[in-house]
Design a protein around this ligand. Structure first.
Ligand SMILES: [Zn+2]
Length: 340
């Protein structure tokens, strides 16, 4: 008969220790591993029959906080509180800056329903700057029992706020040897229609064709891509200056362009004419040329298997670090119908 009360007292003592131990552990931030043994005791406090009403506590049964968010409007946070036999608990959510240990945001939720998912209502215009934060839920019931923090429902969560990604910078006109899409036109240089209106001429004075896909700008050529458009024509057909300009150079490249001519214009284009017939240069470096002026005759010198004009158009300077080739075909097609 004396044993029974002692067992009861002993049990209560255990309960009491468990009750104080749980919050203490949570406050110290001890890992769940240490706290696990006290869980049954804590459960006894919550749901055990012999305990008084004052020993019931609100418990977090769900807390959904993104681990990181973008600076600005605070992220969406949802949570759920439960307390047996209790319909509402008083709820606050505090976001503390880890570095300053000061509250950065406080959402006073007031008396809130238990047993349902609640979305935290941040104050109007609330904003979070870049930094590390701890979100903490505090709650108490009508008799002042505060939130019971447990290993897996501490009511706290870390939140990292990062800077918004920088807006994508406007495309920079980086020179690139890669093909420009056929329809892309360079800002600041004349369009095919404009060059035609200014009197541009087709650079091959005779029957011709643009060949097939391998003759196009951007066609793969082993370790590089084809930087011009081929205009296939008969050996000896005159190659003409399509626009007025100055001859930059005339030269010879055995394994590639053969006899070639570079023309510079004042409207942003440089032209490159390759595979001229041997001995047909009609112009020299530094010479000014007019629209339609003879440059050379089409041939197949250098690396060519059939007579043609290999024609390149560059913006920003031929073969310079700031220049790049563009697709000449839209220009050639515009000029093809005119005169010649
Ligand atoms: Zn070519």
């Amino acid at each position: 008969m004396r044993l029974a009360p002692r067992v009861a007292v002993s049990a209560l003592t255990t309960v009491a220790i468990g009750c104080t131990a749980a919050p203490a552990l949570a406050v110290s931030g001890a890992p769940g591993g240490t706290q696990a043994p006290s869980s049954p005791a804590a459960g006894g406090v919550e749901y055990g029959l012999p305990v008084r009403a004052t020993q019931l506590h609100p418990v977090i049964t769900a807390l959904d906080v993104p681990s990181s968010a973008i600076a600005g409007t605070p992220p969406k946070v949802t949570l759920r509180l439960d307390e047996r036999g209790v319909g509402t608990v008083y709820l606050d959510v505090v976001v503390t800056n880890v570095a300053t240990r000061r509250a950065a945001l406080v959402a006073r939720m007031g008396w809130s329903h238990t047993g349902r998912t609640l979305t935290v209502r941040w104050p109007a215009g609330a904003s979070l700057a870049v930094g590390s934060y701890q979100l903490s839920v505090t709650a108490h019931d009508h008799v002042g029992s505060s939130l019971l923090r447990r290993a897996h429902s501490s009511g706290r969560a870390a939140l990292t706020v990062r800077a918004a990604p920088k807006p994508v910078a406007a495309p920079t006109p980086v020179p690139t040897p890669s093909p420009t899409p056929p329809t892309a036109l360079e800002a600041g240089v004349p369009t095919p229609a404009q060059t035609l209106a200014d009197g541009a001429a087709f650079p091959v004075a005779g029957p011709h064709s643009f060949g097939n896909s391998e003759n196009r700008f951007g066609a793969p050529r082993g370790s590089h891509t084809h930087q011009g458009q081929d205009v296939l024509t008969a050996e000896g057909t005159p190659d003409l200056a399509p626009m007025a300009g100055t001859i930059e150079s005339t030269s010879y490249q055995a394994g590639g362009a053969g006899y070639y001519i570079v023309e510079h214009t004042t409207v942003g284009f440089d032209f490159f004419f390759a595979h001229c017939q041997l001995g047909t240069f009609a112009v020299a470096a530094a010479q000014k040329v007019a629209v339609g002026q003879l440059l050379c005759h089409a041939g197949q010198t250098g690396d060519a298997t059939a007579p043609h004009l290999h024609f390149e158009m560059w913006v920003g300077g031929w073969q310079t670090s700031t220049g790049h080739p563009i697709d000449p075909l839209p220009y050639l097609e515009a000029w093809e119908g005119a005169g010649a």
